[in-house]
Write a protein that binds this ligand. Structure first.
Ligand SMILES: [Fe+2]
Ligand SMILES: [Fe+2]
Length: 323
């Protein structure tokens, strides 16, 4: 294969050349079984922007030599956001729970040794940190970009948001390195050496995958957002206040928005407005605006009423409910 992949390359050759592209394909929503079709034809058949797909593939193949400025011109931001969202679901809903299951099998939690229990706790805290970060991106960074795409300027600048997620990326990567090091150095896997070896392999691969994901957000995604922000600003985009944004979203639909459903779930878990604001990276005022909108739409004001609504509509499991 050539250094860079092109639209005319057969998709199956691209995958044979670098197995990591399998993950990219699935996160773009492209299914296997494309026969001898080219990258371009496969993307068109799946309704995926082929320039964005190829740019992501070429970035992952050789991030060290990626020309970010040139690549940013090829990106369709809604397509990249959809890809990043699917990647978040993959990590949070599939990859990290899968590692935990294997870790539970590999760790000997029966004896008096406290190290296995501490390793599990360390892992759970790490997985929660990743989930919080990805929730922040889904509910804060992506809507920020969507506002810019509508030609409006959000109240915060991208530089302010970028600072937060850069810190989170650094912290996530540090935690995973620590976890690898703790297991390698301190866990005596006498009985389950093969199983623990497999878990470690999974953790190393996830580390690489997550590093590539975060690095793309720090470089390519950030460059695309900066350009869009600059463009909207120079066109004199209309400033938008956070609360106005949230109100507009809620007023447009009689159904609950995804954010409103998230708020209900947090209320049902017994969280205060302040705790909900912290968990979802929004202001307390915004939480209150959402709660007013939820009450208006559902005609339900009490936490008990919302709990019943959430159970009946499958927003929560009975186990999550604060009774
Ligand atoms: Fe992300
Ligand atoms: Fe991230």
């Amino acid at each position: 294969m050539t250094e860079k992949y092109h639209e005319s390359d057969p998709m199956s050759d691209v995958i044979s050349d670098d197995y990591r592209i399998l993950q990219i394909i699935s996160r773009f929503g492209i299914r296997l079984g494309f026969g001898d079709q080219t990258v371009g034809a496969t993307c068109r058949a799946a309704g995926v922007d082929s320039n964005t797909f190829l740019t992501v593939v070429n970035y992952v193949k050789d991030a060290a030599h990626a020309r970010i400025s040139e690549m940013a011109e090829q990106i369709d931001l809604p397509a990249l956001i959809a890809y990043l969202k699917n990647s978040h679901s993959y990590f949070v809903d599939f990859r990290l729970p899968g590692i935990r299951r294997k870790l539970l099998q590999a760790l000997d939690l029966t004896g008096g040794n406290r190290i296995p229990m501490l390793i599990l706790r360390f892992y759970d805290e790490y997985a929660q940190e990743v989930e919080r970060h990805m929730t922040f991106e889904n509910t804060h960074v992506h809507p920020y970009v969507e506002t810019l795409l509508q030609g409006c300027l959000p109240a915060e600048t991208f530089a302010e948001i970028e600072e937060q997620y850069d810190e989170q990326h650094a912290s996530i990567e540090k935690s995973l390195s620590e976890l690898k090091s703790i297991i390698v150095k301190y866990y005596p896997s006498d009985n389950n050496a093969s199983l623990m070896g497999e878990v470690l392999m999974d953790i190393f691969m996830t580390d690489e995958d997550l590093h590539s994901h975060c690095h793309m957000e720090d470089t390519l995604f950030a460059e695309c957002i900066r350009r869009l922000e600059h463009e909207v600003r120079s066109r004199g985009g209309k400033p938008v206040q956070e609360d106005q944004e949230e109100k507009t979203e809620s007023a447009q639909t009689s159904d609950l928005s995804e954010r409103e459903k998230e708020i209900i779930v947090q209320v049902v878990k017994g969280l205060s407005n302040k705790e909900i604001a912290e968990a979802l990276f929004i202001s307390v005022n915004t939480v209150m605006t959402h709660r007013r909108n939820i009450s208006r739409k559902l005609q339900i004001r009490s936490a008990a009423g919302l709990t019943i609504y959430a159970i009946v509509n499958g927003l929560v499991n009975l186990d999550d409910v604060q009774l």
